[in-house]
Design a protein around this ligand. Structure first.
Ligand SMILES: [Zn+2]
Length: 426
């Protein structure tokens, strides 16, 4: 059925069982990058678990040679990952501001008012929907993690606790009606059953309604060495080219797109029912597609050099760590995000390099990073211990963190940002 592919230099990776592309069903034989074995990045270790073993799973990403979806196999089921999730969006100031700006844009562009309904998939603790609610627009959150949904409900954001897909979309439409605006930020990449998820959006979207979704852009991941955004919870790595194919297969058309700085470079796509031709496809959507094709989004060769680039990034990070420790410097981490755990595990950084890390989320304080067992403390510990270097793990928030922690310069402390290429900020 498929045409013979040219040789690419990508060695087919060894694999326990044949995995198939979660969009088009093709056998996955081309490695994108293999980061070895890693624990789940959000299972922070509690003190009483320190003497226990942890499960590690392969962190091996493939690229499909038919639709070019970069993806991880579903090593762990989402119910294991997301039912008690530690990520609370409201603990990042810049993310909350991003949500406010999005709301202002969406209300104006889509002409939303009290007669409309806004639904968010993976609504987290209500950090975004609260802005629509404050304008009197009816909202509904859809969130699989019961502990996180409970926080939203306490804030007055109606939230239904379930995983999203075609079946739950039908139930939600029956109970609450369809959505004028259906949105999802950083969720599309996190669903293993991609087809079922997009089919659900088709069902839940009102005729004439709009979908917006934000997700990290595969192009930026590769261009900026963001290998640490690969973790088990993040099943798919998305280009505009491939997402367009996925949506089209379910009767949805991407009619506009914006490139955002969030999460190191994201896309915000705008989708509509394919029948809803009143909204023409914008020039910038066409232009991005052409740019991706010119970059080589639909050629396997484009993906072949990423592995070597990742290895070199690891060598640079370790080179800094080793030199700093030989000079008797003290290094503390900042943050314990999912991406940080991929980086720490892949690079083999434990307390031999990082004394501790800190996080503003009380949920993580007092726990340990998965696999590498680095203690996660309150940010005040930085001022008490005066480290020489503050190693910023959530590099996408580096500006916010460097401004909050500017006082480390009082004792000569310096910031270190590992991605895209390790850089020290005196
Ligand atoms: Zn495919």
């Amino acid at each position: 059925m498929s045409a013979p592919q040219p040789s690419t230099g990508i060695a087919p990776g060894p694999r326990a069982a044949a995995a198939r592309c979660r969009f088009c069903g093709t056998d996955l034989t081309h490695t994108f990058v293999d980061l070895g074995m890693s624990p789940l990045c959000q299972t922070h270790i509690e003190p009483h678990q320190l003497n226990h073993m942890e499960p590690f799973y392969p962190l091996h990403a493939y690229v499909c040679d038919q639709c070019y979806l970069v993806q991880l196999d579903e090593y762990v089921s989402p119910s294991e990952i997301f039912s008690d999730y530690a990520y609370f969006s409201s603990y990042s100031d810049s993310w909350v501001q991003h949500a406010k700006r999005y709301t202002d844009m969406a209300v104006e562009r889509f002409g939303l008012g009290t007669g409309n309904k806004v639904m968010e998939i993976a609504s987290n603790d209500g950090y975004l929907l609260q802005h629509f609610r404050d304008r009197g627009i009816p909202v509904l959150g859809i969130e699989p993690a019961a502990n996180v949904a409970q926080v939203a409900v306490e804030k007055g954001i109606p939230t239904t606790v379930r995983f999203f897909g075609a079946a739950s979309a039908q139930d939600i439409a029956a109970e609450h009606g369809q959505a004028d605006l259906l949105l999802g930020n950083n969720v599309l990449a996190h669903v293993p059953k991609l087809n079922d998820f997009v089919a659900g959006m088709k069902l839940l979207l009102k005729a004439g309604g709009n979908i917006t979704m934000e997700f990290p852009h595969l192009y930026r991941l590769m261009e900026r060495n963001q290998f640490d955004t690969i973790y088990h919870e993040h099943f798919s790595y998305l280009s505009f080219f491939t997402v367009q194919k996925v949506f089209a297969a379910h009767g949805l058309t991407l009619y506009d797109v914006e490139e955002l700085d969030t999460h190191g470079g994201s896309l915000r796509i705008y989708a509509r029912h394919t029948e809803d031709t009143a909204k023409p496809v914008t020039e910038r959507a066409e232009a991005l597609l052409q740019r991706e094709i010119a970059w080589g989004v639909n050629r396997l060769e484009t993906y072949a050099s990423f592995t070597e680039q990742v290895k070199e990034t690891k060598r640079k990070i370790l080179e800094f760590m080793i030199n700093a420790k030989r000079a008797h410097k003290r290094i503390a981490g900042y943050g314990a995000p999912g991406k940080g755990n991929t980086l720490l595990n892949y690079c083999g950084i434990r307390q031999d390099f990082l004394d501790y890390t800190v996080d503003r989320s009380p949920y993580k304080q007092g726990r340990y990073t998965p696999g590498t067992r680095i203690p996660i403390l309150h940010p005040d510990r930085i001022r008490e211990t005066r480290p020489d270097y503050l190693f910023i793990l959530p590099w996408n928030l580096k500006d916010e963190i460097m401004s909050q922690m500017a006082h480390i310069r009082d004792w000569g402390g310096q910031f270190v940002v590992p991605i895209p290429i390790l850089k020290v900020f005196p």
